[in-house]
Design a protein around this ligand. Structure first.
Ligand SMILES: NCCCC(=O)O
Length: 593
C-alpha cells in the first residue's frame, strides 16, 4: 500500500482462510422517508454468507458491505454516497440506493467514480437510459410496465372516466405518461392532479376528488397513499360507489403505517374502509416456484426461513432491524432482489479478478486504486461481466439484463384488497402478460359475476350508460333493398290506377280506395327504413323511436281499413240492405277505421 493507493493482491490466490483479504461494496438502503427498504438487509446477508463460504467465488477474499442510509431522498442519497466514497475502504461496487428517488442521482454520479451500481429496490423507468447511467444495472423490471396493468384493468371493466392523482417523482410520472397515452388512444377521459413530494396531497389545490369521477388511480408512495385513504374515508369515497387502483408493490399491511402529514389523522380501520376492494397491479417478481433452487442452491422456502432467522439474529449490530421489520412472517418484498443483486455483483467481481489475474500485463497487483477515477480497466471488465449476467434467481426466474442493464419481466400480477368482514387481505386475482399480443389471462375470480370479488357489483365510472342497439350492415342492406322494392311497387300501382282509372275494371275496383291502400303500403315500407337507419345521434334516435309506432299504425290503418271498407261496400252492393245510402254507410264505416 502507498498513501493514496490500495492494491488488492489478486495473484497468487491466498488460500489460507486466516489471511483472507477483505474487500467491500457500498450498500445504500433507506431507513426512513417515503420508502423504507432496510428490510432488504437480511437478503444481502444471506447472499454474503453463501459467497464467503463458497471456495470458488472470490477465492482469497472476504466480501463485506458498508451500509449507509439514503432516506429515499435526493440530497440524503448524495450525502450518503460521498460518505461511502470517503470512507477508509475502497468500494468495488454499489448495491442500492434504497428507492428510485435516491437511486437516480447516485447512479448518475457513481459512474464518474468508476463504481458499477446494481439496484434491487428501484424501478423508475427514468433509470432505463444507458447514456445517462453507464454503469447501472437493475434487478427489477422498468416501472412503466405497470402502466399496462392499470390500462388492462380500466379497459377490462370498460371504465371511460378516470382520475389520476400523481406524486411528482419520475417513478410515477413516467409510468403515468405511458398510461395517459394509452387512455387517450382508447378514448378514455382522464383528469390528472400532480403534487410535490414536500407538499404531499395537502398541496393539491381545488381538492383531490372530482364530482363526477368514481375511479381513481393512486400513483404515489405508500406514505402519501395512507393520507389519500384517510381523505377518501372522510369524503365517503370507497367501494361500491368508488374504486381506487394503487400499486401492488406497497409493503404488507401498508395502510396501517404512519401518515405522511399530521393533517390526515385516521385509524387503520378507517383507511381499510376506503381501500376495500381496490385493485393493485405489480410486476410479477415474487417467488413463482418455492421449491426450485437458485444458483446458490437456496430455494425460496429456505430463503424465507433464513430471512426470519437473520431478522431474529439482528444481522447488523448497529441497527435495530426488528424495529423496521415488525412482521417477521412476511419478508420485505425486495429483499430477494437484493440477495440476487449481491450475487450478481459478486459473480462479476469474481470474473473480473480472475481476468485481471490471468492478464500478465496487469503484473499481478494493479487492480483497484484508492483513487477510483483511475479504475477504468476494472470498471470496464466489471460492466462487461455484469452485462453478461445469467443465473437462476430466487424469484424462480433467470437473472439477466437487457442492453440498458434492466431486467425484463413481462408478467404482471393484479391484486385486490378483499374484505373478510374483519380485516383486509390481499388476493391475487389476475395475471397480465405484457407481450406483443398483450394477451390477458384472468383468474376465475376476475369476472363481473364473481361475488367474492365484487359483492355489490362492479363499480361504475360515473359516465351514463349508453346502450347502442345496432343492426348488422348486411341485414340493413337486405331490409332497405326489400323495403325500397315494395315502396317502388306501391308507387307504380298508384300511378297505374291514376292513369287507367277510367277503364271499367279499374273503375269497378274503386280507384280512390286503391290510392289509400297504396299510400298505406308506402308508409309501412318507409317505416321499415326508419327502423334500420344507423345513428349515434341521441336526438335523431329519439325522433325515429317516436315516429315508428305512428307510421306503423297509420300505414296499417290505411291499408287494412281501406280493404275492409271495400269489402263492406261490396257487401252493401250485393245485398242491398235497406239503408238510406250505401255511400253514407261506407263513409261511416271507413271513418271508423
Ligand atoms: N420499486 C418500487 C419501490 C420503490 C422505488 O422504486 O422507489
Amino acid at each position: 500500500n502507498t498513501e493514496d493507493q490500495v492494491y488488492l493482491q489478486v495473484y497468487p490466490p491466498v488460500n489460507d482462510t486466516d489471511d483472507l483479504t477483505d474487500i467491500y461494496f457500498a450498500l445504500m438502503l433507506s431507513f426512513g422517508g417515503d420508502y423504507v427498504s432496510i428490510g432488504a438487509l437480511p437478503g444481502v446477508q444471506i447472499a454474503l454468507d453463501y459467497i464467503n463460504s463458497e471456495p470458488s467465488i472470490l477465492p482469497g477474499y472476504s466480501l463485506h458491505y458498508t451500509l449507509t442510509d439514503s432516506q429515499c431522498n435526493r440530497s440524503m442519497a448524495l450525502e450518503s454516497l460521498f460518505k461511502q466514497l470517503s470512507s477508509e475502504h475502497v468500494k468495488l461496487g454499489l448495491v442500492g440506493s434504497g428507492c428510485s428517488v435516491a437511486t437516480e442521482p447516485t447512479a448518475e454520479i457513481s459512474q464518474f467514480f468508476n463504481i458499477p451500481q446494481v439496484s434491487c429496490v428501484s424501478s423508475s423507468s427514468e433509470l432505463k437510459n444507458r447514456n445517462r447511467f453507464r454503469y447501472y444495472f437493475q434487478l427489477l423490471a422498468a416501472e412503466s410496465q405497470i402502466a399496462q396493468g392499470f390500462f388492462k384493468i380500466i379497459t377490462h371493466y370498460g371504465w371511460k372516466r378516470i382520475s389520476l392523482i400523481i406524486q411528482n417523482e419520475n417513478l410515477f410520472t413516467v409510468t403515468m405518461d405511458v398510461l395517459k397515452e394509452q387512455l387517450a388512444e382508447s378514448g378514455v377521459d382522464f383528469t390528472e392532479k400532480l403534487f410535490n413530494t414536500e407538499d404531499g396531497i395537502d398541496g393539491l389545490s381545488g381538492g383531490i376528488f372530482e364530482p363526477d369521477t368514481r375511479i381513481y388511480v393512486v400513483a404515489m408512495y405508500a406514505s402519501h397513499a395512507r393520507d389519500f385513504l384517510c381523505k377518501a374515508y372522510y369524503e365517503g369515497i370507497g367501494y361500491p360507489k368508488y374504486l381506487l387502483i394503487t400499486y401492488g408493490w406497497y409493503g404488507s399491511e401498508w395502510w396501517t403505517g404512519k401518515a405522511s402529514s399530521k393533517n390526515f389523522n385516521c385509524t387503520p380501520e378507517q383507511r381499510s374502509q376506503a381501500l376495500a376492494y381496490s385493485l393493485a397491479p405489480r410486476v410479477q417478481e415474487a417467488f413463482t416456484n418455492l421449491t426450485a433452487p437458485d444458483v446458490s442452491g437456496t430455494t425460496a422456502a429456505m430463503y424465507i426461513e433464513h430471512y426470519r432467522e437473520a431478522v431474529l439474529m439482528e444481522v447488523n449490530e448497529e441497527i435495530n432491524l426488528r424495529s423496521y421489520i415488525p412482521d417477521r412472517s412476511d419478508p420485505f418484498y425486495y429483499a430477494q432482489h437484493c440477495h440476487e443483486a449481491t450475487l450478481t455483483l459478486a459473480f462479476a467481481l469474481n470474473k473480473t479478478i480472475n481476468d485481471l489475474k490471468n492478464n500478465e500485463e496487469q503484473n499481478t497487483t494493479v487492480v483497484v486504486s484508492k483513487n477510483l477515477v483511475e479504475n477504468t480497466v476494472f470498471v470496464e471488465k466489471m460492466v462487461k461481466y455484469l452485462q453478461n449476467t445469467s443465473f437462476d434467481g430466487l424469484s424462480g426466474k433467470t437473472v439477466r439484463f437487457d442492453e440498458d442493464g434492466i431486467r425484463q419481466i413481462n408478467v404482471l400480477d393484479v391484486y385486490q384488497y378483499q374484505w373478510n368482514n374483519t380485516k383486509i387481505f390481499r388476493a391475487n386475482v389476475a395475471v397480465v402478460h405484457v407481450d406483443e399480443s398483450l394477451v390477458i389471462h384472468y383468474h376465475q375470480p376476475f369476472s363481473r359475476d364473481s361475488p367474492g370479488m365484487w359483492p355489490d357489483g362492479v363499480p361504475n365510472d360515473g359516465v351514463p350508460i349508453e346502450d347502442v342497439v345496432t343492426v348488422s350492415v348486411g341485414l340493413t342492406v337486405v331490409y332497405v333493398v326489400f323495403a325500397a322494392a315494395g315502396l317502388a311497387f306501391a308507387v307504380v300501382c298508384i300511378f297505374f290506377t291514376l292513369i287507367f282509372r277510367n277503364r271499367k275494371l279499374i273503375r269497378l275496383s274503386s280507384p280512390n280506395l286503391n290510392y289509400l291502400i297504396g299510400l298505406g303500403a308506402i308508409v309501412l315500407y318507409l317505416n321499415i327504413i326508419t327502423l334500420v337507419i344507423p345513428t349515434t345521434n341521441t336526438h335523431f334516435a329519439a325522433v325515429l323511436c317516436n315516429i315508428n309506432p305512428w307510421l306503423t299504425s297509420l300505414g296499417y290503418s290505411l291499408c287494412y281499413g281501406t280493404i275492409l271498407a271495400k269489402t263492406i261496400r261490396i257487401w252493401f252492393i250485393f245485398n242491398k240492405p235497406p239503408v238510406p245510402s250505401v255511400t253514407k254507410s261506407v263513409c261511416c264505416l271507413f271513418g271508423t277505421f
